[in-house]
Ligand binder design. Structure first.
Ligand SMILES: C[S@@+](CC[C@H](N)C(=O)[O-])C[C@H]1O[C@@H](n2cnc3c(N)ncnc32)[C@H](O)[C@@H]1O
Length: 522
């Protein structure tokens, strides 16, 4: 019954504008078309016999519906008052005792970013330092049936008084998602933009057509709710379709038109103009996964290195990287990142077509090794050495790390077309088969290739078969899905991320088959 009265104010106050999804169980007594969804949830909750916990309360106190998303953002309209009850304590010293007690019975208002302890709603008493505890919305000031034992007891002892309280929540309180749900039409709620690509201070959206009428408001709210952002842009053309370097056309939705960003990934700093080079913060996990496959002292060839999110952190780990990108702007940023992150002993930048670079890299690594090129690194200091050096002891001699003759890994992250570069591995080590097992001690394996690609999003074997067929065609050697890339002809396929409802980005890893690597170069 208590929830009835609660419900009544909800109706009076909210129905015209509400999209409140959660009401107490008796809501099913009310006949209103808006409540059909509500009832399903409510009954489920009644069945579970649950109380209004933290999550329920935040879902209960929703912002008003302001369907003005296509116009200017009017922050003032996002303010709303909620009539709730509060337990006013007769003596401020009692506030902690009752806060604890009412909290344990879930009778206080538990709402993120809102303290349940507030000044007394009566201004005069508030000025005297009187305080109150905000209560769970199911508790009504004038309805003792809704009070629990702690409240009843406190009132009886005259230590508490249950009073009406107006809780005001405004634009600053609501989350981005709350505000979007308030502003956007209901049919868009399932797909409210989330998980943007963020580069430094820039958030990059890729809004579906249905969201375009609301794009400016979306941009503004995003800026308001993310103080570290200064610019929100939206892609206006298809990535890759217009630029071989994977840059894109954009419009600024909110904030300053400045795409010169600085960001960190893998413990390294990158500075770049986001309009001119490729960067995708959603690939951080994939970058880390691949980097973790490399051993210090190995050589990696990053054929489409971009500004170096694989290469530069790998270099920091003591991995030699031949890093190439055909985009001169990316090359310039890569050079900058190498210097900025002090990895020039390990990372070498190149700017050419990956197709020609693959053979050149194998040759140039071999030549560098034969010339005895190496990195010189500071030796790891034993415990206490720093103090000894500071006191005048000579520092330990630097360590020399030789460049090995062969490449251990090739990375090819150009998912739209990298598979089409695989024919370039034919003849990679033509005339140099003695560099690899079984001739070598210890056994040197042929390079692993990690090639990114797109294929169908599917749970079955379809994408794996599709990818292996495409690899087979380019290599001229039969390749099939498998678990162990050390078995010649087997390809392990890692699901990187979904990029569209029916399209997934994968990474296929395989060892270059001997026959392919030692085939004569054409
Ligand atoms: C998807 S981005 C990946 C960049 C980087 N590896 C990363 O993970 O962020 C692909 C890169 O390939 C470069 N690229 C495009 N065509 C190329 C080619 N033929 N040879 C070498 N690089 C190429 C682009 O400039 C772009 O930087």
């Amino acid at each position: 019954m208590s929830s009835c009265s609660f419900h009544r104010w909800s109706l009076v106050e909210d129905v015209s504008q509400s999209h409140d999804h959660f009401f107490p169980s008796v809501v099913s007594n009310v006949h209103h078309p808006q409540f059909s969804l509500t009832m399903a949830v409510t009954h489920d909750q009644a069945d579970r016999g649950s109380t209004w916990d933290d999550q329920d309360m935040s879902l209960l106190l929703r912002p008003p519906i302001v369907r003005s998303g296509a116009g200017a953002l009017n922050r003032a309209l996002l303010s709303k008052r909620f009539p709730i009850a509060a337990a006013a304590v007769s003596d401020p010293k009692l506030i902690n005792k009752y806060n604890k007690a009412l909290n344990s019975t879930k009778e206080t208002l538990i709402l993120k970013r809102v303290s349940p302890i507030a000044p007394h709603p009566d201004q005069t008493l508030a000025k005297q330092g009187r305080k109150c505890l905000l209560l769970n919305p199911r508790i009504k000031a004038g309805v003792p049936d809704t009070w629990g034992a702690v409240l009843k007891d406190g009132v009886q002892k005259e230590e508490l008084d249950v009073v009406s309280y107006e809780l005001q929540l405004d634009y600053d309180y609501w989350s981005f998602h709350d505000i979007m749900a308030s502003i956007l039409p209901e049919e868009l709620h399932d797909d409210i933009p989330a998980g943007f690509n963020i580069a430094g201070h820039v958030a990059h959206l890729n809004l579906r057509d249905a969201f375009l009428p609301y794009k400016k408001v979306i941009g503004e709210v995003l800026l308001d709710k993310n103080p570290h952002l200064k610019t929100v842009i939206n892609k206006i053309e298809n990535v890759g379709a217009e630029s071989q370097f994977r840059t894109f056309q954009y419009e600024v939705l909110a904030g300053v038109d400045d795409l010169n960003v600085q960001t960190t990934e893998g413990g390294c700093i990158f500075k770049f103009d986001y309009a001119k080079v490729y960067w995708n913060s959603k690939l951080e996990t994939e970058h880390r996964r691949i980097i973790n496959l490399f051993q210090p002292g190995e050589v990696v060839c990053d054929v489409m290195a971009g500004i170096g999110p694989f290469a530069v952190p790998a270099g920091k780990n003591g991995v030699f990287v031949w890093a190439n990108d055909m985009n001169p702007e990316s090359y310039a940023c890569l050079e900058d990142a190498i210097k900025r992150n002090k990895v020039s002993e390990f990372v070498r930048p190149f700017c050419e077509d990956g197709r020609t670079f693959i053979h050149k890299a194998a040759d140039s690594v071999l030549e560098a090794s034969q010339r005895g090129e190496h990195a010189t690194i500071a030796a790891k200091l034993p415990k206490g050495a720093r103090t000894a050096i500071a006191a005048g002891a000579p520092p330990p001699p630097k360590k020399t790390v030789p460049i090995p003759p062969t490449i251990s890994h090739f990375v090819m992250n150009l998912p739209a077309s990298a598979i089409e570069f695989l024919d370039c591995y034919r003849g990679l080590y033509a005339g140099h088969e003695a560099l690899f097992e079984p001739t070598t001690t210890p056994n040197t394996k042929l390079p692993l290739v990690h090639v990114h690609c797109f294929s169908l999003k599917a749970q079955d074997e379809t994408p794996r078969i599709d990818i292996c067929e495409r690899i087979t065609k380019e290599l001229g050697f039969p390749m099939k899905p498998g678990d162990n890339p050390d078995v010649e002809g087997e390809v392990t396929i890692h699901n990187v991320r979904d990029v569209a409802p029916a399209k997934t980005m994968y990474c296929a890893t395989f060892r270059i088959p001997r026959e392919v690597a030692i085939a004569p170069r054409s």
